[in-house]
Design a protein around this ligand. Structure first.
Ligand SMILES: [Zn+2]
Length: 284
């Protein structure tokens, strides 16, 4: 009797898990964008209505694994595309762990080879994983589902610091725009004002976006008022750790965002921030 009860219980669990899986995997009408709580750094999970997934950056360390585990169904062990915005620790530190734990179909990065051990480990992992490996180019469009397109807006090689000093990796930040019907999201990586000005010069009329992933954790070396006015987001997301040593975000950036009327949401206050779009409007 005991045995039979156990079997019935097991069957029930199995059925429940199957239903859960069906429920999760059914195409939805929503695009979701989750700005993961990874402390001081960036990690953003995009899930298209057909469940295709893109991870932009992997945060500073393995905290991304816990955040991904909460944002993805427990049985889902694959991510279609990982996009590295630029090779700084707070964006790629957790990516080797992501490659260890998930099957990754494609990897896209800027044309910049960093000399750090974490970058080299990541490149080894991409090769080991046999992921398609692409170097980002402005104009490339990644079609996630018929109406959901991720477009690379900027992708420049890094410039070198004065007298051959440290390379300016932030300058190599991939800037990407995600659109779903009439809604849009702009991901700025850690682009600095120098890169922002290039964007303003070439794309000024195209920048209006509903949701902005604020550049460089809200630093004042990014986020000029001119650029923020051109983007004019309704929602501004700042991915930032509590009491970080850089004092991000800067009061100037917060002030500019208030001036342009954006609703400011920060991961240090809210944890993971999950937004949903039905193609017409963006909400929670
Ligand atoms: Zn950063």
């Amino acid at each position: 009797m005991k045995y039979r009860f156990g079997l019935i219980f097991l069957l029930f669990i199995f059925t429940a898990a199957t239903w859960l899986a069906v429920w999760w995997e059914t195409p939805s009408k929503y695009l979701t964008v989750a700005f993961l709580d990874v402390g001081q750094g960036d990690a953003i999970l995009i899930t298209a209505p057909n469940n295709n997934q893109v991870l932009i950056d992997g945060g500073p360390d393995r905290s991304v694994i816990r955040a991904l585990g909460q944002a993805m169904p427990f049985y889902d062990r694959s991510i279609d595309l990982v996009l590295e915005s630029h090779p700084d620790q707070d964006h790629i530190g957790g990516l080797p762990e992501v490659f260890d734990r998930y099957n990754i179909t494609g990897f896209i990065e800027p044309a910049f080879v960093a000399e750090t051990s974490v970058y080299q480990k990541l490149e080894e992992d991409v090769t080991k994983e046999k992921s398609s490996h692409l170097i980002a180019q402005a104009g490339t469009k990644i079609i996630l589902s018929p109406e959901v397109i991720l477009e690379i807006i900027e992708a420049k090689p890094a410039t070198w610091g004065p007298r051959g000093g440290k390379p300016d990796t932030n300058y190599s930040s991939i800037i990407a725009k995600l659109t779903y019907a009439s809604t849009s999201f702009l991901f700025m990586g850690d682009a600095s004002i120098k890169l922002e000005n290039k964007l303003l010069a070439t794309e000024a009329g195209e920048l209006k976006t509903d949701v902005l992933k604020v550049a460089h954790h809200g630093a004042k070396s990014s986020n000029s008022l001119a650029l923020l006015r051109a983007i004019k987001p309704e929602i501004a997301i700042i991915s930032v750790g509590a009491k970080n040593r850089y004092n991000h975000p800067s009061p100037e950036t917060i002030n500019w965002l208030k001036i342009i009327g954006a609703e400011i949401l920060q991961t240090k206050d809210l944890g993971t921030i999950k937004l949903k779009s039905d193609g017409i409007s963006v909400g929670f």
